[in-house]
Ligand binder design. Structure first.
Ligand SMILES: NC(=O)c1ccc[n+]([C@@H]2O[C@H](COP(=O)([O-])OP(=O)(O)OC[C@H]3O[C@@H](n4cnc5c(N)ncnc54)[C@H](OP(=O)(O)O)[C@@H]3O)[C@@H](O)[C@H]2O)c1
Length: 301
């Protein structure tokens, strides 16, 4: 007897991670995308009730939420919009999903932490966001957990890829156009290729198939999902300059020398042991991800 494929609703399919998820989720079910534009369904998470109505109409077997208000500096002056998308819409999604018995995969951020210290952050470590974006994302995590929906929250950090707005693409442009760039050297993290995040998400989901849909069972909850190793933005930029044989000078500056509206955590490395124990998945060292990304067609700046 042939099984019907589960319906997977992907929110934010045109973002860095969402774009890669389109490809990796496609073999797992019938993929329906939802965004403000350029998707199967129109969805604006700023509008209360839209996410709930979409879920009630489509009755998906799984929701993957890669949509978020991600403009970290703008969020400082647009707190209402950031909270609406990152927290209130996620709460709404969780409540609707619980009623429909539909599991949810959601992404969060290293910005829930203060960045103090020098030991990779574990899931159970105390949170202390330094900015509005981090606070609203933390509220979203908590709201989804409190909704009672079957869920996974995957905390990401330092995401880059060949699409969207990210450090790698920004540096590609600056290293081509400028004689010198100043890059912060006292913030540490693990640059993570968006494609690896999407691949890992699909592999997790493939392990959680149940009764024609998906169920997380006792693996429900919060996980860190980042590349291995650590570096600074300055080292990352220097390596890019090297790989691209750029003549541009990459100068190290401190966070204090480079003021931004939103404060950022200094130490943002995440510990990925919980994910490996639960799902047997661990992303490779960030340098391996970068090499693979740069070797993909279109990867050379
Ligand atoms: N980038 C990072 O370094 C990083 C680090 C840690 C965690 N994360 C988390 O990872 C997830 C994916 O991030 P990303 O880097 O892929 O983000 P992204 O490239 O900025 O994409 C976010 C997507 O959300 C959509 N969106 C924003 N507001 C919306 C609204 N009102 N209604 C519907 N859709 C809306 C955007 O749609 P439009 O195309 O219409 O603008 C965009 O496609 C997010 O949860 C983010 O918080 C990212």
């Amino acid at each position: 007897m042939r099984r019907t494929l589960p319906t997977i609703l992907l929110l934010g399919p045109n973002g860095q991670v969402g774009w890669e998820l389109r490809r990796t989720l496609a073999p797992l079910g019938r993929l329906v995308t939802a965004a403000r534009a350029g998707a199967d369904e129109t969805l604006d998470l700023l509008r209360p009730g839209e996410a709930r109505a979409l879920l009630e109409r489509l009755r998906p077997d799984l929701v993957v939420n890669a949509a978020a208000y991600t403009a970290v500096d703008a969020a400082e002056s647009e707190e209402g919009a950031a909270r609406r998308v990152n927290a209130e819409a996620v709460a709404e999604l969780g409540e609707a999903a619980r009623k429909l018995d539909c599991p949810v995969v959601h992404y969060s951020t290293d910005y829930v932490f203060s960045g103090k210290g020098d030991r990779p952050w574990r899931e159970e470590d105390p949170t202390e966001p330094l900015n509005v974006y981090g606070r609203t994302k933390l509220e979203g995590e908590k709201a989804l957990a409190a909704s009672g929906a079957d869920h996974l929250v995957l905390r990401l950090a330092w995401v880059y890829g060949m699409r969207g707005s990210n450090f790698l693409l920004t540096m590609g442009k600056l290293l081509r156009e400028r004689e010198a760039v100043r890059v912060v050297s006292d913030q540490r993290g693990a640059p993570t290729w968006s494609r690896f995040i999407a691949e890992a998400t699909a592999q997790i989901l493939a392990q959680c198939r149940a009764g024609g849909g998906f169920a997380f069972g006792d693996r429900r909850g919060l996980y860190h999902l980042t590349a291995g190793g650590e570096t600074s933005w300055h080292q990352f930029a220097s390596l890019l300059a090297d790989r691209w044989r750029s003549a541009c000078r990459v100068e190290a500056v401190s966070t204090a020398d480079y003021p931004t509206p939103a404060r950022r955590p200094a130490y943002s490395v995440l510990d990925n042991d919980r994910l490996e124990k639960a799902f047997g998945i661990r992303l490779p060292h960030w340098r391996e991800g970068l090499d693979l990304c740069l070797e993909t067609p279109g990867g050379a700046a």
